[in-house]
Design a protein around this ligand. Structure first.
Ligand code: SF4
Length: 272
């Protein structure tokens, strides 16, 4: 998908002579605020996102995780780069989390792929007819989404799953442009978790939707209808508890609850 080069060897430091780890990205796409508006379609946007190095802390972390690995995945070649959105360019529904997981998307290169959250999410998407198969294990597993695009306000795995406000703001133009490109068909955004909800509201305001004041509050099945400033149809915002392993284990969230949200999203989007 991306022409990004994966260096096969490290480079020797000219000062200390120690071999530094290879850089995963050798041709950065530039600052998101400059690069994102020029993306002509989602394929171009995804390619640019995949070459972003704008947040030094996150670049260091994602590559460190890719080098050290988790023992269970020690034989795998980690992605270790920003994780672009996934799904068709004419999707009516977007599903927005917060950021890729260190050993999930940061390992496999696809959102919610290869971790426990993804197991729950894709099973439910398949159950309601929005995914071609119930499992999402790798970039090459043949999975296709129907009517649905999965993305995030932050495209790199952050330490402790917590991006800083500055990192979130730096990444924002990628999602603003993604929603602009989806605009002709997009009718519903399902937001997984309160952090994703808080991060998404300014993105929507930077795109073409009016966010009411006071801002709509996050909750499971919370629903807000946002008018558009371009004269087009409104956007339905739907809250959903995150499908994290912890939420599922503590029964705050269940597959049935997720299916209910997805069915509601289909209804609001007019997807049969
Ligand atoms: S979080 Fe976003 S802006 Fe920061 S490096 Fe990753 S893709 Fe770039």
């Amino acid at each position: 998908m991306s022409p990004t080069l994966r260096a096969t060897r490290g480079v020797l430091c000219q000062f200390c002579g120690v071999e530094k780890p290879p850089e995963l990205i050798t041709d950065p796409s530039g600052e998101p605020a400059d690069a994102a508006p020029g993306a002509g379609d989602l394929a171009e946007l995804d390619e640019l996102v995949g070459r972003c190095t704008a947040c030094p802390r996150l670049v260091e972390w994602r590559e460190e995780v890719a080098r050290v690995k988790r023992a269970a995945f020690r034989d795998e070649d980690y992605w270790g780069r920003p994780v672009p959105g996934f799904g068709p360019s004419d999707a009516e529904i977007a599903i927005v989390g917060l950021a890729p997981a260190a050993h999930g998307g940061n390992r496999t290169g696809r959102m919610f792929t290869g971790d426990r959250s993804g197991d729950v999410l894709f099973q439910a998407l398949h159950d309601v007819g929005l995914a071609s198969q119930p499992e999402s294990v790798s970039l090459h597993d043949g999975l296709r989404l129907h009517h649905t695009r999965i993305t995030a306000p932050v495209h790199c795995a952050p330490p402790a799953n917590k991006p800083t406000p500055a990192e979130r703001d730096t990444c924002r133009p990628w999602l603003v442009r993604e929603l602009d490109l989806l605009r002709p068909t997009l009718r519903v955004v399902v937001v997984l978790g309160g952090f994703g909800w808080q991060s998404l509201l300014p993105v929507l305001a930077d795109a073409v939707w009016q966010v009411p004041r006071p801002r709509p509050k996050f909750g499971h099945l919370a629903h807000a209808e946002l008018p558009a400033t371009d004269g087009g149809p409104p956007l339905h915002l739907l809250g959903c508890y995150h499908v994290s392993q912890r939420n599922v284990q503590t029964k705050l969230m269940s597959p049935a609850m997720l299916r209910e949200v997805l069915e509601r999203a289909k209804d609001l989007a007019g997807v049969a």
